[in-house]
Design a binder for this molecule. Structure first.
Ligand code: SF4
Length: 249
């Protein structure tokens, strides 16, 4: 805390991180080469096209504009007195389920805790975004003496979209919290179903396939997935396998 990185130091850190990520990806790529899925991953990651200087320049722009954001500046100038920073790898627990969805910063403003999520690579807006962001409330309530009541929180998602930092403010409520928990539970049920379909051999033969072939075009699993080359024949192949399995009794 109380340490402000100079632009030169920030740039050096970004460059080091990028180089480290790229060398990790090269290692992963060599594993894919051995298991025969390198081509799909290559097409997906386009590692040979990576321009480090462009990425560093782009990252610097995002970080500098984020630093100048009113909300961050209010923290830097100590306008808000009570705030905490969290690590996203910190575990939370909701109804016995481990969650890794903490906020990046929690700031107390008057009687409310504002939970901040900084999204450096904002996705397109989706109808589930609000409920996904509400998972931060599930994660933090009751932790470190944070309030339990849902209406004591406000969520702010600061996301980089189309060349700008966009801010979304979500007012938390008990009803939204219930819906968000429901969404988490149904995601877990879907994951469990998928795992049970993989079977003992971790076979991809029975995993739920995409609804549209356009989804498969950029999928890294395309080469090993039964629907990757031809989705309709993959679906038919799966139904036949399922029927064969069913008829065994
Ligand atoms: S290739 Fe397979 S795993 Fe990937 S999106 Fe298509 S169906 Fe899903």
């Amino acid at each position: 805390m109380n340490v402000e990185w100079s632009p030169l130091f920030t740039e050096r850190k970004i460059r080091e991180n990028l180089n480290e990520k790229i060398s990790q990806q090269q290692k992963i790529l060599s594993i894919h080469e051995v298991i025969g899925t390198k081509k799909a991953i290559d097409e997906n990651l386009k590692l040979s096209d990576i321009d480090i200087e462009y990425l560093v320049k782009n990252s610097m722009k995002r970080i500098t504009t984020l630093w100048n954001n009113d909300f961050i500046q209010a923290l830097v100038s100590r306008f808000h007195k009570q705030w905490m920073v969290f690590e996203r790898i910190e575990r939370g627990s909701v109804n016995g389920v481990d969650l890794y969805c903490g906020p990046d910063i929690a700031v107390k403003i008057q009687n409310h805790w504002h939970l901040i999520r900084i999204d450096m690579q904002g996705k397109k807006n989706s109808s589930f975004e609000e409920l996904e962001a509400m998972a931060m409330v599930s994660w933090i309530r009751g932790k470190h003496n944070f309030p339990v009541l849902a209406n004591k929180y406000t969520i702010r998602v600061i996301a980089w979209r189309n060349g700008f930092w966009n801010q979304q403010r979500i007012v938390s409520s008990k009803q939204k919290l219930t819906q968000s928990n429901y969404l988490i539970e149904s995601d877990i049920i879907q994951m469990q179903k998928m795992l049970s379909k993989l079977g003992k051999n971790n076979s991809f033969n029975q995993i739920p396939l995409a609804k549209k072939s356009s989804t498969c075009r950029k999928c890294a699993l395309r080469e090993s997935c039964p629907g990757g080359i031809n989705l309709s024949s993959g679906i038919m192949q799966q139904s036949a396998l399922e029927l064969a399995e069913f008829s065994k009794g």
